[in-house]
Write a protein that binds this ligand. Sequence first.
Ligand code: PLP
Length: 394
Amino acid sequence: MASVAGAIFRPRYIRAEQLAAQHGEIYRKLGVRPLINAAGTYTVLSGSLMPERARLAMEEASSCFVRLEELQRAVGARIAQLLGVESAMVTSGGACGILLATAACVTGGDPEKIRRVPNLEGMKNEVIVPREHRNGYDHAARTVGVKLVEVETVDELHRAIGPQTAMLYFTNIFEPKGQIKRQEFIAAGKQAGIPVFNDAAAEIPPASNLSSIFREGFDLVGFSGGKALRGPQSSGLLLGRKELIEAALLNNNPNDDAVGRTSKVGKEEMIGLLTSIEEFLQGDHEADMRQWRGYMESIASDVRGVSTVKAEVYVPGPGAHPIPYLRVQWDQNQLNLKYADCARRLRDGDPSIEVNAGGDGLNLASYNLYPGEERIVGLRLRTMLSQAAKGSTS
Ligand SMILES: *Cc1c(COP(=O)(O)O)cnc(C)c1O
């Protein structure tokens, strides 16, 4: 494997040969069917797959005791150094980053306050959020006991800020939906001396977001570790200003009497995420984009030519993930095949394939496909569409 040819031809994220050979045997033994993921980095589809070096690092980490706080600080310092940010820590997922950011802003480093969460009597208990940024993950902020105060305009934002305000809460991907621009949000926080958090959980690529969002002026930024960073599924990254990360650490495990004790991060996840970040930063992201586009083009050319089928490769604009996708559309009446039924049949087939089906067709995401899988997906889809086309003309 160390040969020159191996170095050239081995794709960076390929599953270990032995895993491919076993074909998900560890899951099949339980009657659980592995799948080809042309849908995206969804938690319900088990996130993403780790690079080999991260898997091996986790195994190595699992075979030796260590003091967890010492490791958390060392891993955080190393990640912060790699990204050129002030401070960082590993969380148990992007959602936990929201929880710990909120807790840090509410309690600071005060041990008495940390113990009392989520009973916030006599403490700052409000978090201000642009209305359009509300989403299911903000449950993690509410876990701390705060009330979410919704605002729509910059004016409303300034009026809502008061002595009860603990944090301003932004969700990066929803910026285009709301009226308040990121710089206005940051400025309001700076003016009032209130920390501003940005949930950027799935905002990679571009890789530059890992450091640029903090440099823009957000005090805390959260990422999921189990999406495009390809870390352990149950990991996340919280980075930001030093005293806030210190406060987040105090609210986290291994401390018993803290709101973050229920979202433990183990030594394996810490080492796994660090290694995944190292791999990610060394990666050739333009080559990845070319490879992903190639997968989408390949599937597109497999299905084009079937009666009424249109296939378009596209990279979505702001408010979505900037990676190559493929939209496949056809005349659902003429082919007598509904988009949702097609997706269900792909799921039920062997191997099981996951895609997104919506009103506008099938949407396939590129970045969780592995070499060769694009052919399996393309041929299955072509067969299904061709059969539907034949049935409709006979
Ligand atoms: C995925 C996601 C999260 C949660 O991240 P996990 O690592 O799955 O906990 C939070 N916020 C947003 C916007 C996300 O897309």
